[in-house]
Design a protein around this ligand. Structure first.
Ligand SMILES: *Cc1c(COP(=O)(O)O)cnc(C)c1O
Length: 398
């Protein structure tokens, strides 16, 4: 471990060795084996992608594989792998993979609600949620929103069918107390879904914290190479799982076998990637904390961050994303242009560090100089030096 990784471990972002030991194996060991079939002589450890629109089906309709929109053996292995990461050592976790994170998000929201139901969303979540809200309302579903911070969604839960939580929220990095919200929601008969995209299952396990659904975009840190789109829903209740699977069959938002296979291959390194990303994000955040040109710095792993106390209780690692604000738009653009190791791109959770001036999209209520930076797996000292050099260049260029 380098010194930054050591400090990350001290700050609580290290492997949760106690919990891992109780489950028998550590996260890294689990990741390299997740979802693999029993070894078969002369067969590869991870079978290749199965490309099939239909399967041989003589006689009665039986067996697991019939038509490619229903099921596919490559999804089966990937679903098993993700389930093992979301709820290690537990039987009966059902995972359903989708073509993208939004396909998974929509599958839960639209399969679990009917006209007249009420859904509670965060008002500071992923930028497509307002579009989902419009669609829900067009179907006669009532939508209430409240901020993630301060567990403010507690105040608007009354009679709701479904509570949607995003923690840490993207891009503001506020955190809410999942067990507290889940307990209050369940007391009123409200289902709870957590968007676990930013944390990844290595950083947070919503099902263990009381959620009914853990939903995520696998496009980000789960697969981590920025080369595919994927989504998934994990849950314990077989009936809820069946309704989500039925929705996938109706809507047809299925991942291709190649994407599913690439995703499974990528999972083997998730523990290595996550550890380095978390250590890098913390090191960047610590370096930014000393700068007078930076305001509004947010990283749940920083002990002084408003999210830290709650995050430390429920997260196993604090994620790859750091957000902060530079004095104005021009200053932020000079910073972005001066970066050499950090690519100017949207998305996050990849092996190569990325950043963007979030305000260029419109939609997120963020200042013009707001930057969302996702730490990759570069050497920590190189990444921190590049960020500091670009900050100095942005000041000098004013
Ligand atoms: C990216 C993202 C999504 C949507 O995922 P896609 O794979 O792009 O469809 C949903 N939630 C959060 C928090 C995200 O960051």
């Amino acid at each position: 471990m380098n010194q930054h990784a050591d400090r990350a471990a001290a700050a609580g972002a290290g492997p949760a060795t106690g919990a891992a030991a109780a489950e028998g194996i550590g996260d890294g060991t689990r990741a390299v084996r997740a979802g693999l079939p029993e070894p078969v002589k002369n067969e590869p450890p991870l079978p290749g992608p199965v490309f099939a629109a239909h399967f041989h089906l003589p006689g009665d309709v039986e067996g697991p594989y019939t038509y490619g929109r229903d099921t596919n053996p490559t999804w089966t292995l990937l679903e098993r792998a993700i389930g093992e990461l979301e709820a290690p050592g537990q039987e009966g976790v059902h995972t359903v993979v989708f073509a993208s994170g939004m396909a998974a998000v929509s599958a839960v929201l639209l399969s679990q609600t009917r006209t007249g139901d009420t859904v509670v969303l965060p008002d500071d979540g992923y930028q497509a949620l307002p579009l989902v809200r419009e669609q829900l309302e067009a179907y006669g579903i009532h939508v209430r929103t409240a901020p993630t911070a301060g567990d403010a969604q507690l105040a608007v839960l009354d009679e709701a069918r479904l509570l949607w939580i995003e923690t840490p929220s993207n891009p503001g990095l506020d955190v809410c107390d999942i067990p507290r919200l889940a307990e209050a929601a369940h007391a009123g008969g409200t289902l709870v879904a957590v968007d676990n995209t930013l944390a990844t299952p290595l950083g947070q396990r919503p099902l263990e914290l009381g959620a009914d659904f853990s939903v995520a975009s696998g496009t980000k840190g789960l697969t981590g190479h920025g080369d595919l789109l994927l989504g998934y829903v994990a849950c314990r209740d077989p009936e809820l799982a069946a309704s989500v699977r039925r929705w996938r069959k109706i809507i047809g938002a299925i991942p291709g076998p190649m994407e599913a296979w690439l995703a499974h291959r990528s999972l083997a390194t998730i523990q290595l990637r996550a550890q380095r990303q978390w250590a890098n994000a913390l090191a960047v955040a610590e370096a930014l904390a000393d700068r007078t040109d930076v305001t509004g710095l947010r990283y749940p792993g920083l002990p002084a961050d408003p999210s830290h106390k709650t995050a430390a209780r429920q997260m196993r690692g604090f994620g790859s994303v750091v957000s902060f604000t530079l004095p104005d738009r021009a200053h932020a653009e000079r910073f972005m242009a001066a970066l050499r190791l950090v690519e100017d791109a949207t998305s996050f959770g990849g092996v190569r560090s990325t950043a963007e001036r979030r305000g260029r999209w419109g939609g997120d209520p963020v200042p013009e100089g707001f930057i969302r930076l996702s730490a990759g797996v570069e050497d920590t000292d190189d990444l921190v030096a590049d960020v500091l050099r670009a900050l100095d260049a942005a000041v000098a260029g004013a």
